[in-house]
Ligand binder design. Structure first.
Ligand code: ATP
Ligand code: MG
Length: 218
């Protein structure tokens, strides 16, 4: 089980919006949340994502559950470039890559080569980090970012395009691209098709169809 809600209730200044919501999300579920405008769909998603407090009930989220949430308002850093914003998703990998470069420098120092024991220690550490980097897709970062940016219609945008220069719809698409790159266990999308043209919509449908994680979509 990824997540469970028990008897969740929520009011905004006296107006009851959600009443006794109980639901369970299992790994691999594909859930469509349907309701008229104002029914409380976005409110429910905000509560699940931890963006909004609730009045009553309980939420259980699996310890390992990584949630990705496409908000109505973009969570992008406006003064960043398109490419660097995507790279942020891989910050832990990039950190390890930096360590690898440092270890390479250390290994090439003449003083270390004379010190067999220390040299072996560094070499082992380097091998370990190298394996981790490769297993976690360290060599696929560029290809993954290019693929998602292309799918979301940014193929003609220079990498150094500043995010604040994008239109509202383009920001939503970029936000979606970033969340897809994060590959969360639970992907929460609040009306993701609002700003998509047909080609991008078709790409997203295909992407979600082969998405290995769980999806909750309004
Ligand atoms: N921050 C808020 N403060 C007060 N009332 C709010 C707030 N956010 C939402 N509401 C009200 O709560 C109700 C549910 O809103 P919500 O945005 O959850 O609905 P929704 O189902 O997502 O609607 P839509 O389909 O239009 O996106 C609406 O009546 C809305 O006006
Ligand atoms: Mg909504």
């Amino acid at each position: 089980m990824l997540l469970q809600l028990n008897d969740i209730s929520k009011s905004y200044v006296g107006e009851l919006v959600l009443s006794n919501i109980t639901m369970k999300i299992e790994s691999g579920d594909r859930i469509g949340l349907v309701g008229v405008n104002g029914a409380g769909k976005s409110t429910l998603l905000k509560i699940i994502a931890g963006d909004m407090p609730y009045d009553n009930g309980e939420i259980y989220i699996g310890k390992e559950t990584k949630i990705g949430y496409l908000r109505q308002n973009s969570g992008l850093q406006m003064d960043n470039t398109i490419w660097n914003e995507m790279l942020n998703v891989f910050s832990n990998l990039l950190e390890v890559e930096k360590e690898l470069r440092e270890l390479e420098r250390t290994m090439s120092e003449p003083s270390l080569i004379d010190n067999t024991k220390e040299y072996e220690r560094v070499l082992n550490r380097y091998a370990e980090k190298c394996d981790w980097f490769m297993e976690h897709g360290g060599y696929e970062i560029d290809a993954k970012i290019r693929g998602v940016l292309h799918g979301m219609g940014f193929e003609d945008f220079p990498r150094d395009t500043l995010i604040h220069k994008l239109s509202g719809g383009q920001k939503t698409r970029l936000d979606l691209a970033k969340i897809l790159l994060e590959q969360p266990d639970l992907l929460i999308l609040d009306e993701p098709t609002n700003h998509l043209d047909l080609a991008t919509l078709a790409w997203l449908e295909g992407y979600l169809r082969s998405y290995p994680g769980t999806i909750l979509v309004v």
